[in-house]
Design a protein around this ligand. Structure first.
Ligand code: 5GP
Ligand code: ZN
Length: 142
């Protein structure tokens, strides 16, 4: 973790790069995504550089979520959207391209194209499901 970083979102925070700002407070900044899934798609970012949500201090975690919730309500009311997605890609294999935590707020409309691949897997059996849950529980407290 570093407070000074050359990543694209740190440069937006410092106004070294342009952005269309929507909201700012002591902990977070929200602005329009430059390549939106739908118009109004915005990003909420902490004003501290962290690649992963897991190292982000809890006050920032809480604030990005509460601001995203308000932005979601605002995009629905202002753009006559029907719903919104909150999405956080954490890690390259999860689709994270910018290495600075960001929560997407994506306005959604009836008959929108799907945002996720709907193909889902199934557990082999009950034991596989229970083993998976036990592994996760064992690491939760660490
Ligand atoms: P990720 O795939 O990392 O979850 O999403 C990164 C998002 O950041 C993408 O939706 C992309 O369009 C957006 N983005 C990347 N660079 C810039 C930029 O310079 N300005 C803005 N406003 N959005 C950006
Ligand atoms: Zn950064």
């Amino acid at each position: 973790m570093s407070l000074i970083n050359d990543c694209v979102f740190c440069r937006i925070i410092r106004s070294e790069l342009p952005s269309t700002r929507l909201y700012e407070d002591d902990l977070v900044l929200a602005f329009l995504d430059i390549a939106p899934f739908n118009p109004g798609h915005c990003l909420v970012i902490p004003k501290q550089h962290h690649h992963s949500i897991t190292t982000l201090p809890t006050e920032y975690q809480g604030r990005i979520m509460s601001v995203a919730s308000k932005l979601g309500a605002a995009v629905v009311r202002s753009l006559e959207a029907d719903a919104f997605n909150l999405l956080l890609n954490n890690g390259t294999c999860a689709g994270q391209e910018v290495p600075h935590v960001h929560l997407h707020v994506i306005p959604r409309f009836r008959d929108d194209r799907p945002i996720f691949n709907p193909a889902k897997q199934q557990y082999k059996d009950q034991a596989h499901m229970q083993e998976t849950a036990a592994k996760i529980r064992a690491k939760l407290g660490e």
